[in-house]
Design a protein around this ligand. Structure first.
Ligand SMILES: [Zn+2]
Length: 377
């Protein structure tokens, strides 16, 4: 039975309707926002000599810029003071990071940011910043020939660039005790090289591979998933860049090869003794003069790792938002420091030589990095 409306309610009804309409009119319309909509418009940064800042043309297709986001590297303040392999502890919450530049990216003839991240940047995965390329594993002779990216078991591992799979499975390197430190691994020989030599990338500690030897892959194709095979104390990807179809001793620092996030850059340096030989395992502090964020990084160990053909560096630190940083270190009870400006999308390079001091001059190198595209049969 429907009761007739009470006259009192009718009186209240009209203002209520008006009020509701007013509130609805005040609420901004809500639209779906995709990642493409939140791309950052970034002006192409200037090169060192002020000329065009376009990435080099090159023959393979990468992901659209802005299709992925990536958490920042682990905060060094929270990192344990001693070197150790990543543990199985839960990772900190990922934070937003700008999308990557398009690959291949190089603002100058000496840079070679040809690789996408081997783990999608929207995964809770980041570089282990206390066990970088050239670091020692504590109390051992093991020197780190790659970079580690922690990620959950099962996280997809992606080809960093196009190429051909030349290894898939166990046995990439066998120790005297018959063990393989790499565990289940994939090696991709890429369609390009540098200084007449091809480049390959290694993906280790997988739970399984999803590719076969001889298979062609494109950038971003899934090669396998994160596991704990080989010598590891927790799930992570060990990623190497090698020259030619090389071995453990032909690696280069991946941080000079992975494309930066937009607006971010890379620091490279060569810190030398009086006679020009490099300082080994020297602890260097890099602190942002804008937000105080601090990272510790060590110069390369004396063996097993290699400097870039052009930079001849012994220290690299990537993932630095553009800005000014104070770089400081101590040797023989003397403290040294210099302020450096990190340029977006570029390598900022300096040298230090004992008794000579700091310099921002280009590397004293006979060998430029020249890109050589190559077709693979
Ligand atoms: Zn590693």
């Amino acid at each position: 039975m429907i009761r007739p409306a009470h006259p009192y309610r009718l009186k209240l009804g009209a203002p209520l309707v008006i009020l509701v309409i007013f509130i609805l009119a005040s609420v901004p319309s809500v639209q779906a926002v995709s990642l493409e909509d939140v791309q950052i418009e970034i002006e192409a940064p200037p090169t060192v000599d002020g000329t065009s800042a376009q990435p080099v043309e090159f023959g393979y297709k990468g992901f659209a810029v802005g299709s992925r986001i990536e958490p920042p590297p682990a905060n060094s303040d929270e990192a344990p003071p001693a070197l150790e392999f990543p543990s199985a502890e839960p990772p900190p919450l990922p934070k937003w990071r700008p999308p990557l530049y398009e690959v291949p990216w190089a603002l100058g003839p000496h840079d070679h940011f040809f690789f996408l991240r081997p783990i999608a940047i929207n995964e809770a995965a980041w570089l282990v910043d206390y066990y970088r390329y050239g670091d020692f594993y504590p109390d051992t002779e093991i020197i780190h020939t790659g970079m580690d990216i922690t990620a959950d078991l099962g996280t997809p591992i992606l080809a960093a660039a196009a190429g051909k799979v030349v290894w898939a499975g166990e046995g990439l390197a066998i120790t005297s005790t018959g063990e393989d430190p790499y565990g289940i691994a994939v090696v991709v020989l890429h369609d390009f090289g540098i200084n007449q030599r091809r480049i390959e990338t290694v993906y280790a500690h997988m739970a399984r591979t999803d590719v076969k030897v001889g298979q062609r892959v494109n950038a971003g194709d899934q090669l396998g998933i994160v596991g704990m095979t080989g010598f590891t104390t927790g799930p992570h990807l060990h990623f190497e860049v090698r020259v030619e179809d090389g071995d453990y001793f032909t690696t280069r620092n991946p941080e000079l090869w992975l494309v930066p996030a937009q607006g971010w850059g890379v620091l490279a340096a060569r810190l030398m003794k009086k006679d020009g030989t490099p300082f080994h395992k020297l602890e260097v502090i890099v602190r942002s003069l804008e937000d105080g964020r601090m990272t510790k990084v060590r110069t390369y160990a004396p063996s097993s790792v290699n400097s870039d053909d052009y930079y001849n560096e012994n220290l690299v630190l990537s993932d630095l938002p553009a800005g000014t940083y104070r770089v400081s270190f101590r040797y023989l009870w003397i403290s040294e420091s210099i302020d450096v400006t990190i340029l977006p999308g570029a390598v900022t390079y300096f040298t230090f030589r004992n008794t000579v001091g700091f310099s921002f001059d280009p590397p004293d190198s006979e060998t430029p990095n020249t890109l050589r595209p190559a077709e693979i049969d």
